[in-house]
Design a protein around this ligand. Sequence first.
Ligand SMILES: Cc1ncc(C[n+]2csc(CCOP(=O)(O)OP(=O)(O)O)c2C)c(N)n1
Length: 286
Amino acid sequence: MNCNPESSFATQWCPGCGNFVTLECLKTALCNLQIEARDYVIASGIGQAAKLGFSLQCNLLAGLHGRALPLTMGLKMANHQLKVLAVSGDGCFYAEGGNHLLHTARRNLDMTMLASDNRVYGLTKGQASPTAAADFTTKIHPEGVGAQPLEPTLIALSAGATFVAKAFTGSPDELTTLIEKAIQHPGFALIDILSPCVSFNKVNTFAWFKKRIQTIDDNHDRNNLAAALQLAQFDPETLIPTGIYYQADKPVYGSNKKALQGEPISFRTPSYKPERVRPLFAHYQS
Ligand SMILES: Cc1ncc(C[n+]2csc(CCOP(=O)(O)OP(=O)(O)O)c2C)c(N)n1
């Protein structure tokens, strides 16, 4: 099997961008798990991070900004045998797509969400994202954002996600292991990947994150939601825990639905009779 199915697409990321690391870690994880291109699909939104799937020879469904997660829902319903991943940026997932995060997490859809969190809108050149600190200044926020940042792990945990982790592109081995575990997890898995934007975020740099990140202690009980919620309430100015905050074994979306058992819906021959619906179409077209 070709472990590194790259596409001929030339990446459009700046030298030093964390997305290069995430791409390599994803490729390694897929290879280690022996997942072939035909067995998984990536859904993305719009943004620099959302372009990651373009660099792989894989099944890719590129959607609108903020809409990667609804695409994963459709993909998983159409073919529940596929491994489904969503890859996009913090703006895409937590701002325009914030509502979808809540509902995909609470359904425990069996999928992996890789959020490249650079605390800024990279593609559109530096507006603040929902994870930007309140005092982060931009061209349109010269006096600071003035709103509290969201903590994605806290949101995902309270919404019902069953695998919640944080990683840093400065620690690629840990990121690779987390991606493998997230893909293997049956249920909704989020990895919030701290991935510095070297061009538009001069505050949260590699050095800034390196000073603060700390691998979660072995004593942390990752099956305990209360402990995970507590862990997720860190002060990012002081310490940012990386690793698995929470992992739980709960029914995945669709496991109680007869229509989703057995052969994937997309492979079945439709049982409806077109001649029965044609008069209806004719009625509304007239
Ligand atoms: C509904 C909608 N709003 C805004 C935009 C413009 N837009 C495209 S990408 C983007 C920001 C991307 O930021 P992020 O998702 O954090 O990804 P990054 O580029 O930083 O990787 C914006 C605002 C859009 N295409 N659609």
